[in-house]
Design a protein around this ligand. Structure first.
Ligand code: IPM
Ligand code: MG
Length: 352
């Protein structure tokens, strides 16, 4: 089992270290981990946020554990050299088009959500976010208009095959849960979204057992805080999924708790190749202080064992250790307490 470990920038290194130690504590036979540079760290060392050597490590592995990228010092670089290009480049070079972002309330944290506890306690949803298309990967640029004004532009598009493959991922995911799927778009305004909706409806014919409904993204943002319990699986495009998944995290209580899996079609000896990362960013303001909550990254490692290595029992062991630590009152600064990164990691390992 070959795991590529890409810690990246800011708190990426701290949180990844704890997740690696949790994997080591499981003492899985035949597990090797190889580190690679990504993001601003990689730019400073090698002149590129996603060096060829890092891509080689990724291609030679069965799964990737990714920390975070983003560095204020790099914000003035040309866009193709910015840290974010590391994660965007990996997603696209490795064909990782399906991003699974589960959000579930942990028992005992209901009072820490921004929502009323009785509403927050209902949250158990999965956002399936398309990851290889949309306005993220369209042509973009800066130009000067006829009146001499500067104008920035980004092209939004989806092809039907891109929508179809993420639709299948989402319908299949719904089947493993409560068989309800909500497709989120902006079909009242955008052609991209009209095509999205048409294709989702076409694919739904193959899944008569899954109940499908459609929601405009503005309404979905509202419904997510009004009654999040109504959602089972949500499928949406790259941009809307980015925004709604951050919103879902605060409904659960903290962005320091949400894990994610990015999957494609490549099969390995063990299962499906994937990249696993917390949905939070590099948090440069607290980097290096040992304050960051590593739980999202630890939970990402659990998703890795489940989705790329077929190790459901080990994944569940990690998840219940995290849940137990939270129930025992172990909490980081993101949850209004003061447990540090290393202490949280150790607390999880003790409960494995
Ligand atoms: C995420 C992040 C990334 C995204 C950034 C770092 C490019 O916000 O994974 O949600 O926008 O996809
Ligand atoms: Mg995001």
């Amino acid at each position: 089992m070959k795991i590529a470990v890409f810690p990246g920038d800011g708190i990426g290194a701290e949180v990844t270290r704890e997740a690696v130690q949790v994997l080591e504590a499981l003492q899985l036979p035949d597990l090797t981990m190889t580190e690679g540079d990504v993001g601003g760290v990689a730019y400073r060392k090698h002149g590129h946020p996603l060096p060829e050597a890092t891509l080689d490590i990724a291609r030679a592995s069965d799964a990737i554990l990714f920390g975070a990228v983003g560095d204020f010092d790099c914000d003035n670089l040309e866009r193709h050299l910015r840290p974010e290009q590391a994660i965007l480049g990996l997603r696209s070079a490795l064909g990782l088009f399906a991003n699974l972002r589960p959000a579930k309330m942990f028992a005992g944290l209901e009072n820490l959500s921004g929502l009323k506890p009785e509403i927050a306690s209902q949250i158990d949803l999965l956002i399936v976010r398309e990851l290889n298309g949309d306005v993220y990967f369209g042509d973009k640029g800066m130009r000067t208009t006829e009146t001499g004004e500067r104008e920035g532009w980004d092209m939004m598009s989806y092809s039907e095959s891109e929508v179809r493959r993420i639709a299948h991922t989402a319908f299949r995911a719904a089947r493993t849960r409560n068989s309800r799927l909500t497709s989120v778009d902006k079909a009242n305004v955008l052609e991209t979204s009209q095509l999205w909706r048409d294709v989702i409806i076409e694919v739904s014919a193959e899944y008569p057992d899954v109940t499908l409904d459609h929601m405009y993204v503005d309404n979905a943002a509202m419904q997510l805080v009004k009654s999040p319990g109504q959602f089972d699986v949500v499928v949406t495009g790259n941009l809307f999924g980015d925004i709604l998944s951050d919103q879902a995290s605060m409904c659960v209580g903290s962005i320091g708790l949400l894990a994610s899996a990015s999957m494609g079609e490549r099969q390995t000896d063990y299962g499906t190749f994937g990249l696993y990362e917390p949905i939070h960013g590099s948090a440069p303001d607290i980097a290096g202080q040992g304050k960051a909550n590593p739980m999202a990254t630890i939970l990402s490692a659990a998703m890795m064992l489940r989705h790329s290595f077929g190790m459901e029992a080990e994944a569940a062991r990690i998840e219940s250790a995290v849940a137990k630590a939270l129930a025992d009152g172990i909490r980081g600064g993101d949850l209004g307490s003061s447990d540090g990164t290393a202490a949280i990691g150790a607390a999880v390992r003790e409960r494995l």
